[in-house]
Design a protein around this ligand. Structure first.
Ligand code: PEP
Ligand code: MN
Length: 331
């Protein structure tokens, strides 16, 4: 719970601590977590500042605009998104890391286009246990190599809380996937680091539940959270999922978190990714996540939706114009 004391509130900090088991106080741009009678880091003169505080009653707190009106600024390696940056980061790369040759080709593609962030799954959360499960640690080591050789920021998914330490060591951004976003072991492990965390929306997840997942990381001590809309399941079967742009507008209105969109997983087919990407960028977003593969037909996962490299370059050219028209820059 976040508590702001209104001028009329007579309760002192210790009175409040007795009434509730745990709460946050927003004071001088810092959130103070108070549990029971142990008041950690709470300023001694809190009562003197009582007029500056408010009481929040719902479950969206640290992520809310009410807590912090300005969008959070999050450093993805050496690129800043959110805040006042007006950057739309174009994250590109394969669904799965498959080989050094494949990943190096993707890294060279991005560097050649002046882009900054490479994606690639090493621990893949597949729907079937008989599908390719990812290269594991070897995949992370290849991502680390690309980071070193090309100066790229790299992002990869944690399928399990036990992966977090390895991911922190080898990469710059932790991705929590659509299937893993309810896993509190992963969320709590992400809260214990300061690495940026990109949380993807589950395909049956309400907006409230989505933001609550972010609250686990934020309230646990990591302020560097970014949300990723990647499509939800509807009655429609013609496309893989339905990209929820209404939901994006809702998140932009109610939360202070940077938002990245993933039209690749939403559409499920390469042909729709470019037009969707243009629509996404028109909303003034902080990033796009696009899967690309040197030969999508033989990709070990998500073959139908990955763009080949000419199509990825075309997408980059097309979204630049849209980004410019809404005052954003593709990085
Ligand atoms: C991915 O990014 O390759 C992925 C598995 O995405 P999602 O968790 O959105 O399905
Ligand atoms: Mn994928």
């Amino acid at each position: 719970m976040i508590i702001e004391l209104k001028e009329s509130a007579k309760a002192s900090a210790s009175d409040l601590a007795e009434k509730v088991k745990a709460f946050h106080i927003n004071y001088q741009d810092k959130a103070y977590l108070i549990t029971g009678s142990a008041l950690k880091e709470v300023p001694q003169d809190l009562e003197a500042h009582a007029a500056n505080f408010w009481i929040f009653a719902n479950d969206i707190q640290l992520a809310s605009k009410k807590f912090q009106q300005e969008k959070r600024s999050v450093n993805f390696g050496n690129v800043t998104i959110g805040g006042k940056s007006n950057h739309t980061i174009l994250i590109g790369g394969p669904c799965s890391v498959e080989s050094e040759e494949q990943l190096r080709g993707a890294a060279e593609l991005l560097v050649g286009m002046g882009l900054s962030t490479l994606r690639g799954g090493a621990y893949k959360p597949r729907t079937s246990p008989y599908s390719f499960q990812g290269m594991g640690l070897e995949g992370l080591q290849l991502l680390a190599k690309m980071r070193q050789d090309y100066g790229l920021n790299v992002i990869t998914e944690a399928r399990d809380a036990t992966h977090i330490a390895q991911i922190i060591e080898h990469t710059d951004i932790i991705q929590v996937g659509a299937k893993a976003m309810y896993d509190q072991g992963i969320l709590r492990a992400c809260a214990k680091t300061q690495k940026p965390v990109l949380i993807k929306r589950g395909f049956g997840t309400t907006l409230q539940e989505f933001v609550q997942a972010a609250e686990f990381v934020l309230s646990g001590g990591n302020p560097n959270v970014v949300l990723c809309e990647r499509g939800i399941r509807t009655f429609e079967t013609g496309t893989r999922f339905t990209l929820d742009l209404c939901g994006v507008a809702w998140l932009q209105e109610h939360t202070n978190l940077p938002i990245i969109l993933d039209p690749s997983h939403a559409m499920g087919y390469a042909y729709g990714v470019n037009p969707l990407a243009r629509a996404c960028v028109a909303m003034g977003i902080d990033g796009l996540l696009i899967e690309a593969h040197p030969n999508p037909k033989v990709a070990k996962s998500d073959a139908s939706q990955q763009l080949d490299y000419p199509a990825f370059k075309q997408l980059h050219a097309d979204i630049q114009k849209v980004a410019q028209s809404v005052g954003y820059k593709i990085v």
